[in-house]
Design a protein around this ligand. Structure first.
Ligand code: AGP
Length: 366
């Protein structure tokens, strides 16, 4: 009740601006510089039990599911364990095979999402090993899981989740680091990632301080009726989350596509009325992503590039810059300008940002 708007016009903007502090809280006391790992006390598994995990599956709904995809990528990269994410809303209906060697991670801001709670109950009924990654302490999912990691994002009022989703990704990164360090992730690599995680709050601050570039981009594209969000591998969950944010609060139709999938169908939709937001991290796939922009431009499609690379002049119509992190953590930072873009575009259109039509903050019904 004492969570107030203060200087902000709405909670979504306030909560986006609270992200550096929220991430700092999520990391506090959990990064271990001495052993280049993370401590997540709530998981209650010792090194031997952590090593017995053969697979990780993230379960959540909406943005929590997309964040789970980002988490699965990190687990695969750092721990070399097969990992994936699945919408919790479908889980119980497909009579899932529950594997005792899999660590199931139930992800939720509210901790009250009925579909995620039901997935946890189904898992427990079948003897699955499940932990929660939840923001609200004492919530139904946190209680049902019994053990897990709190996100420490603080209260989130806006229907569109921002700081909680960011903290999900940060907590997944710590889980991946922990699982990696009990396996084959080297001390040097662990150290590189501990340092990069510690840098995130300042880097998010820098993106928020440069909000003007995003406001201008949102103004320029506020008349668009449809948009593509294009990402590749690490960028794919971020593209999905970017499209989700835009749909939720601006009601502009947005679709996310994996860059390499464009040529298998959706390229047919590209013309001057279909802007694409393309994620272009400066990683081993940079050249491929530049090629994607060229493909879109060749068909007359406007491009907003989100990047931490030096792009050739004039390649994209708008360039939104992001600070450089370690490549694996790029997706966490790339998500921030997409939140801001959705926010400012919705503001241009005069939407009720904190309470978009037809949506509830937590979905406690089927
Ligand atoms: C996020 O912007 C959405 N409003 C929505 O997808 C949300 O993430 C989803 O309903 C899950 O909520 P939860 O994290 O509280 O379980």
């Amino acid at each position: 009740d004492d969570y107030q708007l203060g200087e902000f016009a709405d909670f979504m903007r306030k909560e986006m601006h609270e992200q550096p502090e929220a991430v700092r809280r999520a990391l506090m006391g959990r990064l271990d510089e001495r052993f280049s790992t993370a401590h997540l006390g709530g998981i209650e598994l010792d090194a031997r039990a952590l090593r017995s995990i053969r697979r990780v599956k993230f379960l959540g709904c909406g943005s929590a599911y997309y964040a789970g995809q980002l988490g699965a990528n990190l687990v695969e990269e750092w721990a070399r364990l097969p990992a994936d994410a699945e919408p919790a809303s479908e889980f119980r209906y497909r009579n899932p095979v529950v594997d005792p060697d899999t660590l199931y991670v139930a992800v939720s801001q509210s901790g009250e999402t009925l579909d995620t709670l039901a997935a946890v109950q189904e898992l427990k009924r079948k003897g699955g090993r499940v932990i929660g990654m939840v923001n609200v302490v004492g919530s139904a999912i946190a209680r049902e899981c019994g053990s897990g990691v709190f996100l420490h994002a603080g209260p989130e009022v806006s229907v569109a989740s921002t700081k909680a989703v960011t903290n999900m990704s940060v907590c997944f990164a710590m889980l991946a680091l922990l699982l990696g360090r009990v396996r084959d992730l080297s001390v040097a690599n662990g150290r590189r990632l501990v340092d990069a995680l510690a840098e995130l709050p300042a880097q998010i601050d820098a993106i928020l301080a440069d909000e003007e570039q995003i406001i201008r981009a949102a103004e320029r594209f506020s008349a668009a009726e449809h948009m593509f969000f294009i990402g590749r591998v690490r960028g794919w969950p971020v593209a999905r989350e970017g499209a989700q944010k835009l749909k939720e609060i601006s009601y502009v139709h947005a679709e996310a596509y994996q860059a390499a999938e464009l040529k298998h169908g959706p390229l047919a939709l590209i013309d001057e009325r279909m802007p694409s937001v393309v994620l272009v991290p400066d990683d081993e796939l940079l050249a491929k992503n530049l090629g994607t922009i060229e493909q879109i431009k060749a068909r007359g499609g406007p491009v907003i590039a989100v990047t931490n690379a030096e792009l050739p002049d004039g390649l994209a119509d708008v360039v939104l810059t992001v600070p450089r992190s370690e490549p694996e953590l790029d997706p966490l930072l790339f998500a921030i300008p997409l939140q801001l873009f959705a926010y400012h575009l919705a503001a241009q259109l005069g939407r009720d940002i904190d309470k978009p039509r037809n949506l509830a903050k937590s979905v406690t019904v089927e």
